[in-house]
Ligand binder design. Structure first.
Ligand code: M6R
Length: 370
């Protein structure tokens, strides 16, 4: 049921504080007055094997692939195991090597995506430990994997994945925490992430207040042909996922670009007409994003800067650009906050352009034929 909302996508965007709460429910372990760890029942007997893997592979399609990309760095940091990213169809096209010593993590909202399912059969035949991260209890991927985590985001009806994406990141962040729990040196980092997991639903409530601002921005952009999104680090995934939302529902060309690649081609596109959103929230890559902004300014780029609340002047001292100011969390959780304005923007652009929000042309919620 849509309740008071006009569309399922709108409802699913706005229910993220609750869906994230459900994803975490019962999984944060209390010790005295503090939460001291995470418990993922479906994984606990396999953590040792995963920690000892030679490599972890994240395998998925579309938004689910982006969720893996958003958590890749944290899994590497806390587990010490290298993570490679695989689009399911590409792994199958290449028959890329997968080994018995690998852990293959299959990320899928529906748990029924044909390419991801076929990649699961392939990885199993290669002898890898197969882990599922799905939203659908009893789905083919949930049944076919050796172990896994349900993201418990609740039923997602809009073809554009929104609340499943943020819950996938939250669930995989908990997975990274569980993988790192035997390492004393990362204890304070893990505690800080757990504290922010607890703050997460309130911070998402806060960023949802940008709804009207995003509607205004959508009015400004609705006639455009194209929109670029630059991100890096944890927010490379935000750039790819933000651009995917805009293209799949608003039917506007949009491209997510790794900011580090800007000078290797995309810079040629920059002029005073093409709108560009630069994700430059505070983290280890922030100063690099500042210099990207300066280079775009020098070419008279039409910038919209997403930055941490209070950082607008710092990011663009000489420019009168549009800003999207968002609350700050630990770097690894920031993609959950940063994607919300893009979801709202894509939603409003679609309504203003008069397209079908919940059922974009040519797309199906679950791609069961490859
Ligand atoms: O059900 P899955 O997560 O396996 O689906 C994978 C993609 O088809 C899906 O994420 C798609 O990219 C979304 N509809 C995009 O919003």
């Amino acid at each position: 049921q849509k309740g008071n909302y006009d569309h399922y996508m709108q409802k699913e965007i706005h229910e993220q504080p609750e869906s994230l709460t459900t994803t975490m429910r019962g999984r944060l372990i209390h010790g005295g007055s503090k939460v001291k760890g995470v418990l993922l029942g479906g994984l606990k007997d396999h953590l040792r094997t995963i920690r000892r893997s030679r490599r972890i592979l994240f395998i998925g399609c579309g938004t689910s692939y982006h969720a893996g990309l958003a958590t890749r760095a944290l899994v590497e940091e806390l587990s010490g195991v290298p993570v490679t990213m695989e689009l399911a169809s590409d792994l199958l096209d290449r028959r890329g090597p997968v080994y018995r010593e690998d852990t293959a993590i299959f990320v899928s909202q529906s748990g029924e995506t044909a390419d991801t399912l076929e990649a699961l059969e392939y990885a199993k035949s290669c002898g890898a430990l197969c882990v599922g991260v799905t939203n659908t209890v009893g789905s083919a991927i949930a049944r076919g994997t050796h172990c896994g985590v349900h993201i418990n985001a609740g039923c997602e009806i809009g073809v554009a994945s929104t609340k499943a994406y943020t819950s996938q990141i939250a669930a995989m962040t908990m997975m990274a925490l569980a993988l790192g729990e035997d390492t004393i040196s990362s204890c304070s980092r893990r505690e800080a992430i757990i504290d922010d997991l607890i703050n997460l639903p309130d911070k998402v409530r806060e960023v949802l207040k940008l709804d009207n601002d995003m509607k205004e921005l959508a009015k400004e952009l609705m006639e455009e042909q194209s929109l670029l999104v630059f991100g890096r680090g944890y927010n490379y995934a935000t750039a790819l996922e933000g651009a995917l939302k805009v293209k799949e529902v608003a039917l506007m060309h949009s491209e997510g670009i790794l900011a580090g690649e800007m000078k290797h081609g995309p810079l040629a596109l920059v002029d005073e007409n093409l709108p560009i959103i630069v994700v430059a929230t505070r983290d280890a890559t922030c100063s690099k994003q500042q210099s990207v902004i300066q280079q775009l300014q020098a070419r008279k780029g039409r910038l919209i800067v997403m930055c941490t609340k209070g950082d607008a002047n710092l990011m663009c001292p000489n420019g009168s650009y549009r800003f999207i100011e968002v609350p700050q969390l630990q770097d690894c959780l920031q993609p959950i906050i940063n994607i919300v304005p893009f979801q709202l923007l894509a939603y409003h652009l679609t309504v203003l352009r008069g397209f079908n929000v919940d059922q974009p042309r040519n797309l199906a919620k679950s791609v069961t034929i490859s």
